[in-house]
Design a protein. Sequence first.
Length: 338
Amino acid sequence: MASASIPPEDEGVHAAAILLLAVGEDHAAEVFKHLSPKEVQRLGERMAKLTTVSDIQFDDVLTRFQNTVETQRSLVSDTGAYVSNVLKLALGEDKAGLLIDRIVQGRDVSGIESLKWMDAAAVAELIRNEHPQIIASILVHLDRDHAAGVLAAFDERPRNDVVLRIATLDGIQPNALKELNDVLSKVLAGGDRVRKAPLGGAKAAAEILNFMGGTVESSVLGNIRTTDADLAQKIEDQMFTFDDLMKLDNKAMQLMLREVSNDMLIIALKGADPEMREKVFSNMSSRAAESLREDLESKGPVRLSEVEAQQKEILKLVRRLADEGQIVLGGGGDEALV
């Protein structure tokens, strides 16, 4: 049973934090080895904030964990190696090579991988003096919001230059990957069979810009448009902004609203168009919609930066729901963002 003060989207992290505190340091450390940098940071912060837990909540977490373990089975310890061996047996060494590289590509970019454990400001400080092409090649390996945080620490001119290079980046050759790791004083682990990594492009640039905020988005796109109007349009077509939530169907909107806290929604809607507000109201119960209207009217002025920050959090949530297959995002470009 989750505490009433825990937002629905944080319940899983809260339960995981309780479990790891219960199993002891050695077991918790083993679990952390299998998590991404973001997951480690989020879970570690939650563990650090936990001081006391009710007996009911503690027992509930352990029961849920035991039930999960009993209903799941481990398949193979190294799925990447398993897939590689199966493809080689089925297709032969040469034909399987291309597929193997495509499926398991990029696991050994150790130098760049280490950046994922650093905060955005530290990464920016480390790479700001490198050539813009090298910076672009590094940023496409990071999570999009992480890359956006790095770019936010740059001045306008280098930031515009880097985004333009990301948008025109057509994959990265093996030698370039090795050079990137040399720049970061790391050695690229991996064999000679590593092929060109399909990174960069208009979609990567769009995904990073989605996390930058409206003012920066406009500045960067405007700069790119003066150089290459077609490329700027391709980037813009791939972007999914807060206004694009209007394209969600009612079922998707209702699912989103169930996971967004009321405080987050109020601030986000302070900067929204009337049509967006009505879209939200129409997907709530009459009582909830009326309460939200009153809260919006009574809420005083809010800084634009706060509005954009909460809108970004909602977009992150929507993208997560899309990644999990719970909703479909209708967007521009050649295909729907799913």
